[in-house]
Design a protein around this ligand. Structure first.
Ligand SMILES: *[C@@H]1O[C@H](CO)[C@@H](O)[C@H](O)[C@H]1NC(C)=O
Ligand SMILES: *[C@@H]1O[C@H](CO)[C@@H](O)[C@H](O)[C@H]1NC(C)=O
Length: 191
């Protein structure tokens, strides 16, 4: 090794050691069509604001609003179909990034397993996903991925402390998507 290269490598070492093990700065890949269809069918679509089963104001494909009129979204209401798709894509990007960032580089997910987890994170929120036993079990990289998914996902059947039949069905659909074999890979997305 050329000595200047060695010095450059040593200079980088402290920065590498200081980085938290799971912190990745990498954009989550997009989900496949099967995932998009699952999310769209469970969220349903509304061009105008409505209250979700737990009473939260919602618009488009399950976009949670911060005001009851959803006036904070950057699109005209009633939403056009094209703006509804844009809102879904921006919400999906958040869920894709959080599943990608929260999983260690030893976690290997195919496109259907990844899509199932993105659907779940989209639904339960990135904070809940990040602190879940599902993610921490995946990050041990010592268990079968579909075993972890099929044991952990169904636990997420409650909203505001109440079991909702729609959530039980959605979790079952996500488990079934994850268990559908595919050769298309999703994670790891970067080194
Ligand atoms: C994950 O990483 C992406 C890409 O750097 C970043 O834009 C995003 O904010 C991160 N998301 C989370 C939840 O940390
Ligand atoms: C909801 O999840 C809990 C925790 O996993 C489980 O014990 C319960 O049977 C589930 N309820 C339904 C109706 O599936």
């Amino acid at each position: 090794m050329h000595s200047s290269t060695l010095y450059a490598a040593l200079a980088l070492l402290p920065a590498v050691l200081a980085a938290p093990a799971l912190e990745k700065r990498c954009t989550g890949p997009g989900v496949n069509q099967a995932t998009l269809s699952l999310i769209e069918s469970f969220e349903g679509y509304s061009a105008t604001p409505y209250s979700d089963p737990s009473g939260y104001p919602t618009i488009g494909y399950g976009h949670l609003c911060s005001t009851s009129s959803c006036s904070e979204i950057p699109y005209a209401i009633p939403l056009s179909d094209a703006d509804g798709q844009r809102l879904l894509q921006s919400d999906l990007a958040v869920a894709q990034n959080c599943i990608t960032n929260d999983t260690g580089s030893c976690v290997v997910l195919n496109a259907n397993q990844y899509g199932a987890l993105v659907s779940w994170a989209f639904n339960v929120g990135c904070g809940n996903a990040a602190s879940s036993s599902l993610i921490s079990r995946l990050n041990t990289c010592s268990e079968n991925t579909n075993t972890v998914i099929s044991q952990e996902l169904p636990k997420w059947n409650k909203s505001n402390g109440q079991v909702l039949a729609g959530l039980t069905r959605r979790r079952a659909a996500e488990v079934s998507l994850a268990q559908t074999a595919t050769s298309a890979g999703a994670l790891p997305a970067c080194g």
